[in-house]
Write a protein that binds this ligand. Sequence first.
Ligand code: SF4
Ligand code: SF4
Length: 252
Amino acid sequence: MAKFIEPFEVTFNKVYDMYIRKELSFLGVNIGRYTLWLPVEFEKDKPRIQFYNNVDEIQFNNVDEDFSQLMTYISIWGTPVLQFLSEIVSFIRKEQGELNKYNAIDHSICKKCGGICCKNSGCYYSTRDFKEISFENLTMHLLKGYTSIVGIEKELSGYDNSLVLKVRNVNQSIVDIDTPTSSQCILLGESGCQLGDSERPYGGRALIPQAKHSCITGYTFREIVAEWRPYQGLLFQLAKYFMNKEIPFNGL
Ligand code: SF4
Ligand code: SF4
């Protein structure tokens, strides 16, 4: 089995650079409802991104010892870091064109799931979701009450701390400079998303549903910030304007 890497402080730049410099590869495995991605030592002639549908597919040298080692590393890395690592793996897979084989938006899968992602957070807007990016136009949009200006810390994107737009979470203010905590999207209704498929922000349209395991992020923090970087001055102006303003959401 591949050799696991001892945990270190994970940032986008550090992990991505280590991948490019061939200092690490990734081993992904479905365990229960989750797909977990662990950093492993680079080995010549081995795939850089190895994925196993379940633990039984991994070629263990010693089943008991190796399985216990796998579970130990999952535990010491911890869920939040492993979730972030899966985001970095998605970025790399997308760069390599490897996500093209998947279909985004699949109502049959999402219906059974009941919207776990939407119960966790509103999805992120791309700049391409707006016909015009101006103070007036984004002000009109923010006054509808279902969008927030939020911060993404530099560790997550590899760029500076940045402001971006996402669909507002329940009880979230219009300006939420800290990287948002989990809570339900304000547009999740009893029968799912209140927006039609094509009206959803790109982050929602790009998410790749998986029937039994973690869905695949199709729009990562790295890409979100890369798109919104040229508009930081404008988003800062909007954040100042909307800071501490109560904007109710009264439906679409
Ligand atoms: S994208 Fe995934 S988590 Fe979100 S509703 Fe569909 S199946 Fe559930
Ligand atoms: S906007 Fe729709 S798809 Fe996006 S998180 Fe909210 S409910 Fe889900």
